[in-house]
Design a protein around this ligand. Structure first.
Ligand code: MG
Length: 156
């Protein structure tokens, strides 16, 4: 089974930018109810989609004070155990981060390793791509960051 995930967050000067549980040095970061890890949010939705388990908002409502500022690493762990309980295992994850700046190349290896570790996958089964939006639209103006992802799972 496969699932897709999408997430977008607005960017603001002075906020922190966390992608895949890794802190990125940046002049601006995501505005969010949680820690704003747009990459993990997208991947969580891809995993939930593959397992037929709805979406991140159903499991962790952003209206619930309980999830204010929560680490997305914790949310990912919760989703992985949910999927394991349903007797599924992850096969692979692929994601594309669309962000004008900063360049993510120096962080990609750490992000991959962290996500692989979180999801119990070999590093080669987690692929992280990054691209700019060629300075066009809200992404090009660094007003937002978008992540698309897919996840494949199988019966355990
Ligand atoms: Mg989000």
């Amino acid at each position: 089974m496969v699932g897709i995930g999408y997430d977008m967050h607005r960017l603001k000067t002075g906020e922190s930018l966390i992608l895949g549980g890794i802190s990125i040095e940046s002049d601006f970061g995501t505005i969010a109810h949680s820690d704003g890890d747009v990459l993990l949010h997208s991947i969580i939705d891809a995993i939930l989609g593959a397992a037929g388990l709805g979406d991140i908002g159903e499991h962790f409502p952003d209206t619930d004070e309980k999830y204010k500022g929560i680490s997305s690493v914790e949310l990912t762990e919760a989703v992985i155990s949910l999927v394991n309980k349903e007797n599924y295992k992850l096969i692979n994850i692929d994601a594309v981060i669309i962000l004008e700046k900063p360049k993510l190349l120096p962080y990609k290896k750490a992000i991959r390793e962290n996500i692989a570790n979180l999801c119990g996958l070999p590093v080669k089964r987690v692929n992280i791509k990054a691209t700019t939006n060629e300075k066009l639209s809200y992404i090009g103006r660094s007003e937002g960051i978008v992540v698309h992802s897919v996840c494949q799972i199988a019966d355990a």
